[in-house]
Design a protein around this ligand. Sequence first.
Ligand code: MN3
Length: 201
Amino acid sequence: MFKLPPLPYSFNALEPYIDAKTMEIHYTKHHQGYVNKLNDALKDLPGYQDMTVQDLLCSLKDLPESVKTAVRNNGGGHYNHSLFWKWMTPEQSTKNPTGKSAEAIMHAFGSMQTFKQMFNDAAKSVFGSGWAWLSIDTDGKLLIESTSNQDSPILKNHKPILGLDVWEHAYYLHYQNRRPEYIDAWWHVINWQRVEELYIA
Ligand code: MN3
């Protein structure tokens, strides 16, 4: 059965950018909720319980019709949040783009500033609930994209190397309706070492 992965830092570690209460509820209620509902959806299908959540999402079209939507939403939620916690860090040493991923970003978008602007535009313009992503497409090129709900870039065979949750539950307690402020704050806690690891993997 699927389990909540450990959070790599304490709930208050990302303050003042992400507040402790938001982190606690986001992790213990929202992410746990996706895990619970995914397990519940698969409880009568033992053949699927040993698959990774990534494999489940990549084989969505082959799943029984009765669980497709639940796996897409809750499996997607579990997958996306498992990545998301590791894209943030309180460590200062990982706070700047580094290595091959930084070079690739410069090459694809011209400058870090342009990349940041484009990513922020994608994050701000998600209508309703969703995510903004920096992904590697099937040709190995970097692209910025957004998805609705808990859809992951892996549904399109893209590999996400950075992602931002812009569901209201990710920021509303502290930022209320000010999504752009939350997006700006998040840039202070990005774990660029993790981005680099995923890029070169
Ligand atoms: Mn979330």
